[in-house]
Design a protein around this ligand. Sequence first.
Ligand code: PLP
Length: 362
Amino acid sequence: MNGPTPRLEILADRIHDNARAIVAQCSDHGIQVAAVTKVLHAHPALLRALDDTGIAMLADSRLQNLRRIAETGSSLPTLLLRAPGRHDIDATVQLADISLNSSLITMTALSEAAVRAGTRHGVIIMVDVGDLREGVWPDHLVDVVSAAATLPGIDVRGIGTNLACYGGVQPSVENMTRLVHLRNLARDATGLELGLISGGNSANLPLMMSGDMPSEINHLRVGEAIILGRNTLDRSAWPGTRQDTVEVVSEIIELERKPSIPLGRTGEDAFGQHVTFTDRGVRLRAICNLGRQDVNPSDLTPIDPGHIVLGASSDHLIVDVTDSVSPVEIGTEVRFRPTYAGLLSTATSSAVWKGAATPQAL
Ligand SMILES: *Cc1c(COP(=O)(O)O)cnc(C)c1O
C-alpha cells in the first residue's frame, strides 16, 4: 500500500485468520469469544477482518470506539468493557448491548436510562479475584447481584473477572474455580440464570489450552492474542496465529553520516532524560517522520534486521541504517512492528494515517 507517512498498515487477512484460529480453539473448550477492538481504535479494517470469524460479540472499553462500530455497521452484539462514567450512561444504553459493571450506583443509572429509552441493557457484574483492578470484592458480590436483579430494564447476564492487567495475577484453576463458585452462590441467592461467566482476556488462553479451565467458564474477551498473535503472559507467539499483522511505516527525511556520541557537554534531552550513548563510530543515520507524539521508540522493532532504533524526540525518530539490508535514500519507507503499547499509541494518534494493507516484500 502506498499512502501518506507516518501510517499504520493493518494486514486484515492475517488478523482474520488469527481470529478464526482463536475462535476454533475456544469453541473446542465451550468458550465464546468477544473480540476486543480497542488497541486498533475499532478501525473499520479490523471490523471487516473480524467478519465471518465466529466471534460472538464486539467489545471495546471506549464509547467512542463503540460508536465507530455502530457507524461501520455490524449485526453482532456489543460489549462495553469499562464501567461508564456518569455522563456516558445514555450513550452506553444506546451503543452497548451489555456492559461490565461493579457499582450499584452506575447500574441504577443504567436502569433509569434503559427505562427512559424503552429498552433493556445487559450487565456482567465484575468480581475481583485478586488482580486489584475492577470488580466487586467477593464478600459482597451476592448483595450486589441481588440488588442489580431488582433494577427495571437491566438483565444481569452473568459475572466476570479480569486478570493479568494491573496486578499481573495469572489466571489459575484456583481463581477460575472461585469465580464459578461465586456465580453459583449468586445464582442460588437470586434465582437468576447468570449464564455468562466471563473468565478474562487473552491471558486466560494458556489455562484453557492446558485443559484445566473449569467447564463453566464460557466467555473470554480477547484482543491481543487475535490482533498481535501473542500469549500475553510472556509475549511468545500464540499457537496457530501470526504476529506480522500490523506495520508502522515512516519515511526518511534526513540521511547523514554522523558520530554516535554527541559533541559538547550534554545535559537533559527534550524529555528531561539524561541519555547515554553507545560509541559505534561514524554511522549512517536516518531521521524518520515519526516521533514520541505517535509512539515510544522502545515499542518499535525494525522489520529490516539491519536497522537499529536509536531514539526519538517528539517528531524525529533516529534510526541507524548503516547495515540496512534494503537500499535507503531520502523518501525511503522504513517499517516497524509495534508492541501492544506501540500499536495502541499509533492507532490512537490522529497524526498517524491508518488503513488496510496487503503484505509487501521487505
Ligand atoms: C482490554 C480488555 C480486554 C482484552 O485484553 P487483551 O489482553 O487484549 O486480550 C479484556 N477485558 C477487559 C476488561 C479489557 O479492558
